[in-house]
Write a protein that binds this ligand. Structure first.
Ligand code: SF4
Length: 329
């Protein structure tokens, strides 16, 4: 994996918050709120892949969608190449949409079953007027399909004729059509078999190098993001609890939640034994997250009177390594 240059970030996310109102009663008044994202901040360098990991409901997908403003953040800011995404008007947002694309978990649900693959991949070319002639349009689609490992004659077929892995390749070709700089991969390989997952991850890795792409790679499993990520952020109940270069996070995790997640990742070498740290209980409701450290209800080393009262902030523990824990920070 190539090294990432540090400098002006491509993407900057600052104190991002997303709360979803819960409405009830006859008048549909707001009766409560789901605290989906609770003050998330990070930078992404050009050419970098940031893995974002956590159990379902931790706010990782909502974070990804807020970055692209597919859903409106409640507060906080997002900048892309120094331009504010959160303050962008409709026209500016349309221009930004060329640079920032998303690939979804379920490629079938996100591909219109009545459109041919050619029309799906070519739609953005038409919207953004990226080709001048019909021949150029067709050549571009063929090139995109071949780039993701599909064949030219696939353009006349429909999504239902393809396997899950091939459909995800169609989704990737569609995202690449506008030559983006950033792709948010939202659980992009989670629904695929392990061997197909590896193929799609390898493809994404090759494309990143070929087109100088950056990824925010969202997954619920630490083993999935290990080889593709330069850095990894671990989320729990709407907050980043640890963010570090991938190697440091996998070899020297600091946060008890990261330790527990990592202890569940199988090691290919049977001679290496890892002690399993079970996570007790369920993830608390994001409607009323626990006070203090959100993780204190499940943390094996929580300290009463501290962890259930004070919110730990991210603190630097090493080169690029930040942890939100009173006892490990
Ligand atoms: Fe556990 Fe306390 Fe650290 Fe939270 S702050 S992870 S409860 S030790």
């Amino acid at each position: 994996m190539n090294q990432v240059k540090t400098g002006e970030p491509l993407l900057k996310v600052s104190k991002l918050v997303k709360q979803f109102p819960i409405r009830g009663g006859l008048l549909g008044r707001e009766v409560d709120r789901v605290h989906a994202v609770d003050g998330v901040s990070f930078d992404l360098q050009p050419g970098e892949t940031l893995g974002v990991v956590g159990e379902s409901g931790c706010g990782k997908s909502t974070t990804g969608r807020c970055i692209l403003r597919l859903i409106e953040p409640t507060s906080g800011e997002v900048w892309f190449e120094g331009k504010s995404v959160t303050a962008a008007n409709k026209t500016e947002l349309r221009a930004l949409a060329r640079d920032m694309q998303i690939i979804f978990q379920d490629p079938y649900a996100s591909l219109n079953p009545r459109m041919t693959v050619g029309a799906i991949v070519g739609e953005a070319l038409t919207i953004h007027k990226l080709t001048k002639t019909a021949q150029e349009y067709e050549d571009r689609i063929v090139h995109l399909l071949e780039t993701v490992g599909l064949a030219a004659d696939h353009m006349r077929r429909f999504p239902h004729e393809f396997s899950g892995g091939q459909r995800q390749r169609i989704g990737i070709a569609r995202a690449l059509a506008v030559a983006p700089k950033l792709i948010v991969c939202d659980e992009a390989v989670s629904a695929l078999d392990v061997s197909i997952q590896a193929q799609v991850i390898n493809l994404l890795e090759d494309l990143r190098e070929q087109f100088s792409l950056s990824y925010v790679f969202i997954a619920h499993d630490l083993s999935v993001v290990e080889h593709i990520s330069h850095r990894v952020a671990v989320m729990y109940l709407g907050r980043i609890v640890e963010i570090a270069p991938a190697k440091a996070l996998y070899t020297d995790p600091k946060h008890p939640y990261t330790e527990a997640l990592l202890s569940a990742v199988p090691i290919p070498d049977p001679s290496v034994k890892r002690q399993r740290i079970p996570l007790v209980g369920d993830v608390p409701s994001p409607i009323r997250p626990p006070p203090g450290c959100h993780f204190h209800t499940r943390c094996p080393i929580a300290k009463k009177g501290l962890c259930d009262v004070d919110k730990p902030e991210l603190e630097r523990t090493g080169e690029g390594h930040w942890v939100a824990c009173h006892l490990r920070g």
